[in-house]
Design a protein around this ligand. Sequence first.
Ligand code: MG
Length: 246
Amino acid sequence: MEKEKIYSAVEEYCRRMGVDRAQWRPRAALIDMDGTLIDSMAAHSLAWKRLSDELGLDARRDEFYLYEGMTGRATIRLLYKRAKGYEPADSECDELYSRKTSYFNEMPKVPAIPGAARMLGLLIERNITRVLVTGSKQLSNLDRLDSDFPWAFPHDKRITATDVSNGKPHPEPYLKGMALAQVTPVESLVIENAPLGVESGRASGAFVMAVTTGPIPGETLANAGADLVFSSMEELADALPLILPD
Ligand code: MG
């Protein structure tokens, strides 16, 4: 992406947030997991589709890309409300979410997103605090962060579905991430791949860098409120040095 485009997005953000451009210094990066760090969305959509078919919920596989970022409970409530006109109790949602998780875990291990390790390396080098902010509570994926991206996410710097009352697109997950990193919204970058995650990041007041890693077009991410949309994580990593303080 051209330098000018990146600088003008930063200027526009600073204007919107009432921050002096010359003083703007991101101190923390709040980073989504599925579709951002690991290429897991195809497997998630298959697992959700299998569960929906078994329950007669009449869902399309590709619609799950749009629900990405919502908690498992919220997704199950949405599907039931639409197909059957009621929402199951939390305990039933949790049981169904475990079933979906086990379908996911039956599939081959998903690869890391190309460029994600380099992106994290650049943040570590420049002393930018990293916080994981995910709507997931799938332990198999959370555990592998330590092996795939060693040092990137200390265990006390993770917000998962169990830490929030409102999942994305509500700003709560990212606001809680900022609290963990002890930074303000204008000191925060959000790195996301999903429309609801972008909405959440935008509503939190952070500078939102979106990346397309699946079938959702970049335009949808821009419309959801991303400050910049990259066509790959490699491209996002290339842009980071222009945004971060030396
Ligand atoms: Mg995601």
